[in-house]
Design a binder for this molecule. Structure first.
Ligand SMILES: Cc1cc2nc3c(=O)[nH]c(=O)nc-3n(C[C@H](O)[C@H](O)[C@H](O)COP(=O)(O)OP(=O)(O)OC[C@H]3O[C@@H](n4cnc5c(N)ncnc54)[C@H](O)[C@@H]3O)c2cc1C
Length: 489
């Protein structure tokens, strides 16, 4: 029987482990942290429970398919709750609108705030539907193992059809005129850690996910999903080694032979899947001499996606908040210029998730606010005191009528350096590589090492991209490839 080792129990690693184990393959997962889920991390402070990482869940069918393909009913493991009017957006002047999958609700708001959008919204929906369908059929299901895969004529044709040369902001300007509407739709670029003024219009398809398919929450907290995946993996026979850092992959003649852990133990392998951020973890585990196609010098040139500064704060009462809200900066373009020049934005856009709005059981004594602002990746960024930055955020929120300091009971902050250290994330990036260039958007590092053929990659830095549904697709694609190779052996 084949022996597969997966390094990292992030969502990509968990998805791969389930797929492989469901086909009778022996899988060992090594994870340096004490829990499964990676960046999807549970944080509890007294009666206040928080989801660190993914708070906005989309594409529920991707996560369900992991369970269904393993022959079980996902509803026996976790439950989705659809949020109909999901995100309230505020501009600096206090004007606001709510995003909803109900087209009539959207058009009603546009009629008051953006009459141009009211007449163009249906064409917007048609266009993002088209972008989504093309990406789903051409990019998501495919595992990219080599440059030849990227250069295939059919893929090239598909790329040409998804508006690769138009920028996301330009695309949105064709449908929306009100500055707040533009900011709210442009914000989808941050779901891939990128700038809407640089990333291709292709990613406007994220609007299809939120405005047509909908935004979801998992009852009991989104981290319930990682627990459910771990439980299923164990039921299928996967062995987890938590609090076990892999320190080396030993390579023989063109093949990885064994992994070594911090405590000096070794395990022999047939194949290894690196789920940890490939930009950080691959070079730290494999000596440079064995990876001529992936030299250290190349990695330093890669542009990471944005990082984050997160405040998790539990309140003694309930404020006037829904599940998701965003308080935009005055000059959104300037904010991205600052971020990608390594600076902390002077006037940050603030996102707040308040899951207690939907699920009071996770925070019975008051709101559980997960407050996130975009932050520059680590290395070559300007230094800032996280405590001072937190106060700046609270002051801005006070101006929007949210007296957080007054009601605060528990609080924890986490910045880019900690994100880098906890998850071994390249320069603290949330979504691996940024999609600010055509090359990074369409030519991400492939899912298989070019130099050592039994090393695979699944996660946010490889294909098809960052964000929790994409990393799950990545894990499934790699596992399917290994299964089909095994059948041919
Ligand atoms: C603050 C924040 C907010 C986010 N918000 C959203 C959101 O709203 N919606 C969304 O879809 N996505 C969101 N994301 C992104 C999402 O969390 C990630 O895309 C996804 O969880 C990444 O999964 P992954 O499989 O790539 O692995 P990761 O989660 O990166 O996990 C990799 C694992 O590998 C382990 N590891 C690394 N090296 C080693 C080693 N040598 N030995 C052993 N273990 C190792 C790490 O400890 C880690 O647990 C957010 C991320 C963050 C940080």
């Amino acid at each position: 029987m084949k022996q597969i080792v997966i390094i990292g129990a992030g969502l990509g690693g968990l998805a791969a482990s389930i797929k492989l184990a469901s086909q009778g393959i022996k899988v060992d997962v090594y994870e340096k942290n004490s829990y499964a889920g990676g960046k999807m991390m549970p944080i509890s402070m007294g009666s206040y429970n928080f989801d660190f990482g993914p708070n906005t869940m989309t594409m529920p069918e991707v996560f369900d398919s992991v369970f269904e393909e393993a022959g079980v009913n996902p509803r026996d493991y976790f439950e989705w709750i659809k949020l109909d009017h999901h995100t309230r957006n505020f501009d600096h002047d206090g004007s606001s609108f709510v995003m909803s999958t109900d087209t009539d609700v959207m058009i009603e708001q546009f009629e008051k705030l953006d009459p141009y959008a009211a007449t163009h919204y249906k064409s917007y929906l048609n266009e993002v539907d088209r972008l989504y369908r093309l990406s789903k059929s051409s990019f998501f299901p495919k595992m990219f193992t080599s440059w030849q895969d990227y250069m295939s004529p059919s893929l090239f044709q598909a790329v040409l059809k998804v508006r690769p040369l138009e920028k996301m902001n330009h695309f949105h300007e064709r449908f929306f005129r009100n500055p707040l509407m533009l900011k709210a739709f442009n914000r989808y670029a941050t779901y891939i850690g990128s700038s809407p003024y640089l990333s291709p219009a292709t990613f406007a398809m994220i609007g299809y996910l939120e405005m047509v398919q909908g935004v979801y929450y998992i009852k009991g907290g989104n981290t319930t999903l990682a627990n459910a995946m771990e439980q299923l993996a164990i039921e299928l026979g996967v062995t987890f080694h938590f609090e076990t850092l892999v320190t080396k992959i030993h390579v023989g003649i063109d093949r990885a032979e064994r992994i070594e852990t911090e405590d000096g133990k070794v395990q022999y392998i047939d194949e290894v899947i690196i789920n940890g951020d490939l930009l950080k973890v691959y070079p730290s585990l494999v000596d440079e001499v064995h990876r001529p196609s992936f030299r250290d010098a190349t990695i330093t040139k890669v542009s990471p996606s944005i990082s984050a500064f997160v405040i998790m704060v539990g309140l003694s009462s309930k404020l006037d908040l829904i599940h998701h809200q965003v308080y935009f900066s005055y000059d959104y373009k300037k904010e991205f210029e600052e971020l990608f020049n390594g600076a902390w934005p002077e006037d940050p856009t603030i996102y707040i998730s308040n899951s207690s709005y939907t699920d009071s059981a996770v925070s019975p004594d008051g709101d559980n606010l997960f407050i996130l602002v975009n932050a520059p990746p680590t290395v070559n960024h300007s230094e800032v005191s996280l405590e001072n930055y937190k106060e700046k955020i609270y002051s801005k929120l006070e101006n929007h009528g949210l007296p957080i300091r007054k009601h605060r009971v528990v609080e924890k902050i986490l910045g880019p350096d900690e994100i880098e250290n906890r998850f071994h994330a390249f320069r603290g990036a949330l979504y691996g590589i940024s999609s600010n260039s055509l090359r990074n958007s369409f030519l991400r590092p492939s899912n298989q090492s070019k130099d050592i053929k039994n090393i695979y990659f699944a996660g946010g830095s490889t294909h098809p991209g960052g964000g929790s549904p994409m990393v799950v697709i990545s894990g499934k694609n790699v596992a399917k490839h290994i299964i089909s190779q095994a059948r041919n052996d």
